[in-house]
Design a protein around this ligand. Structure first.
Ligand SMILES: C[S@@+](CC[C@H](N)C(=O)[O-])C[C@H]1O[C@@H](n2cnc3c(N)ncnc32)[C@H](O)[C@@H]1O
Length: 277
């Protein structure tokens, strides 16, 4: 095990501050899921908090569906935030063994407080790094990572660990911001130049992993492709909602909206089957 590093997630520090100050719109929007929304038809988004919370729930469900999560199985949600996806599975499915894992104990404390197992479900929350999973081989039927893999120290280590803890035939599903291969050199240079700003707002992030990188990585770590879905257009209303909540112009949000709008960085749901015997 490597030495425990302090967690640097400035946007979560800001969320906790807002929660403490009782900012209800922020609590409603990000007190459960901390990710973008999914609208079947983004033209129907009405800009309300209720509409966004439904869209955020929908995105979570889509990732779970892409991993074929059903009743009676063991699921590990890595980078589980406040446990929104675990809560969703707990509300919708039965006889589940649900494990939420996060590197940030503050988020886990909120998740434990908020979520109580329903009926025959069993829930646990574990503090750990998603690249060093503290579980035995073949422990889970599905591993999820909703909008968090860009924070992990290494996608390769995470895929290797996911493969190890998954049963043969188990599924891995993630959602991630994926740059087009052709503009990868520009994104790499841009993220080096913007490193300090990114560190101060988002913490450590790596947004330099293309679809072809994912295809190679999954193949090399023994996964077979299941679903590759570009949902960029379905997530776009998120940006105006975030701007409205912040009540000010935010260069990162404006930039992210532009590159998403033009399909330069796309939002993907990717899922795989563990091909390891
Ligand atoms: C954008 S949030 C997404 C949270 C949650 N998946 C959701 O959709 O609501 C990113 C999450 O990744 C977690 N995270 C960052 N680095 C991690 C790591 N190395 N291992 C586990 N979790 C990590 C953060 O603490 C945070 O909860």
């Amino acid at each position: 095990m490597s030495e425990k590093k302090p967690v640097n997630l400035p946007y979560f520090d800001a969320l906790f501050k807002d929660f403490q100050q009782g900012k209800t719109e922020i609590i409603q929007s990000f007190g459960n899921h901390v990710h973008w929304g999914y609208w079947e038809n983004s033209a129907t988004a009405d800009g309300s908090i209720e509409d966004f919370t439904q869209a955020a729930e929908k995105l979570s469900q889509k990732v779970c569906d892409s991993a074929k999560v059903t009743d009676n199985i063991r699921v590990l949600d890595c980078g589980c935030g406040f446990g929104g996806t675990i809560a969703s599975l707990n509300n919708r499915l039965n006889n589940m063994q649900l494990t939420g894992l996060n590197i940030d104990s503050r988020q886990l404390a909120r998740a434990k407080e908020q979520i109580k197992p329903r009926a025959q479900n069993h829930i646990e929350f574990v503090e750990a790094n998603a690249c060093e999973l503290p579980f035995a081989n073949n422990s889970f039927d599905a591993v999820l990572a909703v909008e968090c893999i860009f924070h992990f120290p290494s996608r390769k280590q995470f895929f290797q660990e996911a493969s190890r803890v998954l049963k043969p035939g188990g599924t891995l599903a993630i959602s991630d911001f994926v740059p087009r291969q052709i503009i990868l050199p520009i994104i790499k240079t841009g993220s080096k130049l913007a490193k300090d700003t990114l560190l101060k707002t988002l913490g450590e992030v790596d947004l330099n992993f293309s679809l072809s990188d994912y295809r190679k990585l999954s193949k090399n770590t023994g996964f077979k492709p299941l679903i590759e879905e570009d949902i960029t257009r379905n997530t776009l209303p998120t940006y105006s909602l975030v701007r409205k909540l912040q009540n000010k112009e935010d260069k990162i949000i404006n930039f992210a909206e532009s590159v998403s709008h033009w399909g330069i960085i796309r939002y993907f749901i990717l899922s795989f089957i563990n091909g390891r015997q």
